[in-house]
Design a protein around this ligand. Structure first.
Ligand SMILES: Cc1cc2nc3c(=O)[nH]c(=O)nc-3n(C[C@H](O)[C@H](O)[C@H](O)COP(=O)(O)OP(=O)(O)OC[C@H]3O[C@@H](n4cnc5c(N)ncnc54)[C@H](O)[C@@H]3O)c2cc1C
Length: 481
C-alpha cells in the first residue's frame, strides 16, 4: 500500500520523467487509456494493472535514456515485448512506465557460417524465421504465440521443439542489456561456449525484466532439416500416451516434438480446426533429419508406441498437412473455449522429471475431477512439461476459489516430485508464492542478486518476489510465501 508521502514522491517522479520524455520524444509517449490497457495483462485471473504511461523505444540509446530518468526519479519500468506472457508479468502493480520494445525489430546480423544471428529485442520469432528461411536456417524455440525474442529470453521460454533443440537457456548466446543504473553491458561474444567469469547471460535469461532491459540478443541457429515427418498417434489411456513418450526419450529416439493432447483437447481441436481425430489421449510427434534418419526414427517410435497399445498412426510428410496439424496444436489455447461457450481460460504449467510425468498427469486429472473443474491437459511431454487450460466462469467466485486451490496443489505436486512450479511460463505474479517451497534458502540468494542489480527496485517490481513500490532501497524486497 502506498503511504501518502510515497504516493506524492511517485507522482512528482513520474511527472518529471514524462515531462523529460515528452519534451524529447513527443510521438513516443502515450498516456491514453487504450494504450495503457493494451500494455496490461489480460491472460490470467489477475485483474489488469495498467502502467501510467507507455514509451515506444526505437533504440538501445532511447532505452538507456528512459532507464536513467526512471532510476533518478525511482519510477517503475515494466519492459514489454509482445504481451503474450501468461503469469501477469506485464502488469504494473506499482504504476510507472511500460517500456515497449516492439519497434526495436531489426535483424542486425546473420552469421550463417557460425549458425548465429543478432537481433533487436522486439523481433518476433515468426518474423525471424521468415527472414532466415531462404538461407536454409531456422530458430527453433516456438512458444506458439508470436512472442518477441526479448520477451522469450526474459521468460526463458520454450515450447514444442524444446525436447530436441532446448529452451531459450540453450539458444541465447549473449545479450546487450541496459542495467538498472543505465549502463549498457554486453554479456558475451558469439563463441558457442565460454568459461569466462560468472554467466550473466544465463542469469538474465528468465529474469522477467527484473534485472535489466534486454535490447539485443545473439542467438544460436539451426539448419532446416532435410526431411520432416509428423504423426498423430492415439492411445487408449493418458498413461499409455505418457509412457510411450517417456520410453521413446529414454531409448534415445531424437524426437523433434512430442506433444500430448488429452481427449478433451482433441475434441476441442476437432471442432475448432475442423479435424476428425479419434477423441482419446493422443501424441502429436515430429521427426527431423536425413531421409534415412527419419525413417529409422519413425520405425523406432512406431515399435515403442505399439508396445503402449497405440491405435492407428496418421502420418504426414507433406508440408501443408503438417502445418494444418501443428496449427491445430498451436490453436489449442483458443480452441478449448468451444468446449464451454462463454467461459474464460487461464493456462497453468508445471514440469517434472520425465519418470514422474505419467503419475503427475494422472493425479492432476483426478484432482480436476474431484474439484469439479474443467480443463483440458496438453503438454510438451518430452520435457516432462504439461499445461492445464482451466475453463471458468469469471462471475463464479466459488469456481475461482477452487481453481486457485487446484493450481496451488498442482504446483506443490510438481515440486514434491522434484519438479518445478513452472517449466516455461515463468513466475510473474502467478507463481511467486511457490518459490520458497521450490528453492528454500536458495531464494535468499536470488533476492540478493535482485538487490545487487536493482537496488531501488525499479525494474518490474512485484514480480518473482512480492515487493513494495520503489522508494529508497533494497530492503523493500520481501517474500510473502
Ligand atoms: C496461446 C499462447 C501459448 C503459449 N505457449 C507457450 C509455450 O508453449 N511456451 C512458452 O514458453 N510460453 C508460452 N506462452 C507464453 C508466452 O508466449 C511467453 O512467455 C513469451 O516468451 C512471452 O514473450 P513476449 O514477447 O510476449 O513477452 P511479454 O509478455 O511482453 O513480457 C514477458 C516478460 O518479459 C519481460 N520482458 C519483455 N521484453 C523484455 C526485454 N526486452 N528485456 C527485459 N525484459 C523483457 C516483461 O517485462 C515481462 O516480465 C504462450 C502464450 C500464449 C498466449
Amino acid at each position: 500500500m502506498h503511504s501518502r508521502a510515497t504516493a506524492t514522491a511517485h507522482e512528482s517522479g513520474l511527472h518529471a520523467v514524462l515531462g523529460a520524455l515528452e519534451a524529447r520524444w513527443p510521438q513516443q509517449v502515450s498516456r491514453t487509456e487504450a494504450a495503457r490497457l493494451h500494455h496490461a495483462n489480460t491472460l490470467t485471473w489477475y485483474p489488469p494493472q495498467p502502467p501510467e504511461a507507455v514509451f515506444m523505444a526505437a533504440s538501445t540509446e532511447e532505452v538507456q535514456a528512459v532507464v536513467k530518468l526512471c532510476a533518478q526519479h525511482r519510477v517503475p519500468i515494466v519492459a514489454f515485448g509482445a504481451g503474450t506472457s501468461l503469469e501477469g508479468q506485464i502488469n504494473a502493480p506499482y504504476g510507472g512506465i511500460s517500456l515497449d520494445l516492439s519497434r526495436m525489430n531489426a535483424i542486425c546480423a546473420v552469421d550463417a557460417e557460425d549458425l548465429t544471428c543478432t537481433v533487436q529485442a522486439g523481433v518476433t520469432r515468426k518474423h525471424l524465421n521468415d527472414y532466415l528461411r531462404d538461407q536454409g536456417l531456422f530458430f527453433p524455440i516456438d512458444p506458439g504465440a508470436d512472442a518477441s525474442i526479448g520477451g522469450m529470453a526474459a521468460t526463458r521460454a520454450s515450447g514444442t521443439n524444446a525436447v530436441r533443440y532446448g529452451t531459450m537457456r540453450e539458444n541465447v548466446i549473449s545479450l546487450t542489456v541496459v542495467m538498472a543504473d543505465g549502463r549498457v553491458v554486453r554479456t558475451g561474444g558469439r563463441a558457442r561456449k565460454s568459461a569466462a567469469g560468472y554467466d550473466l547471460t544465463r542469469l538474465l535469461v528468465g529474469s522477467e525484466g527484473t534485472l535489466g532491459i534486454i535490447t539485443e540478443v545473439t542467438l544460436r541457429l539451426h539448419g532446416i532439416p532435410e526431411t520432416t515427418a509428423a504423426a498423430v498417434c492415439p492411445f487408449p489411456t493418458i498413461d499409455d500416451a505418457c509412457n510411450a513418450a517417456i520410453t521413446a526419450i529414454q531409448s534415445g529416439v531424437p524426437l523433434a516434438r512430442v506433444e500430448l493432447l488429452d481427449e478433451l483437447q482433441i475434441r476441442a481441436c476437432n471442432i475448432y480446426s475442423n479435424l476428425t481425430l479419434t477423441e482419446t489421449p493422443t501424441l502429436f510427434v515430429e521427426f527431423h533429419g536425413s531421409s534415412a534418419g527419419v525413417d529409422e526414427q519413425v520405425a523406432a517410435f512406431r515399435t515403442i508406441a505399439q508396445e503402449h497399445c497405440s491405435g492407428d498412426f496418421q502420418w504426414s510428410t507433406r508440408p501443408e498437412e503438417r502445418s494444418k496439424l501443428w496449427q491445430a496444436r498451436h490453436d489449442a489455447a483458443h480452441s478449448c473455449l468451444v468446449l464451454k461457450p462463454g467461459a474464460k481460460v487461464v493456462a497453468t504449467d508445471v514440469c517434472v522429471p520425465i519418470s514422474r510425468l505419467a503419475e503427475c498427469v494422472a493425479e492432476t486429472k483426478r484432482d480436476l475431477a474431484d474439484a469439479g473443474l474443467f480443463g483440458p491437459i496438453l503438454g510438451h511431454v518430452g520435457d516432462g512439461n504439461f499445461h492445464v487450460a482451466l475453463l471458468f466462469d469469471a462471475d463464479d467466485r466459488d469456481e475461482l476459489a477452487r481453481m486457485k486451490a487446484f493450481s496451488e496443489r498442482l504446483a506443490m505436486r510438481a515440486i514434491a516430485m522434484a519438479g518445478t512450479c513452472t517449466g516455461e511460463h515463468g513466475v510473474g505474479q502467478g507463481k511467486r508464492a511457490y518459490l520458497a517451497a521450490e528453492f528454500g534458502p536458495a531464494l535468499d540468494f536470488m533476492r540478493a542478486v535482485k538487490v545487487a542489480f536493482d537496488p531501488y527496485n525499479i525494474l518490474n517490481p512485484g514480480k518473482i518476489f512480492p515487493a513494495e513500490p520503489a522508494t529508497d532501497g533494497a530492503d523493500q524486497i520481501t517474500t510473502h510465501a
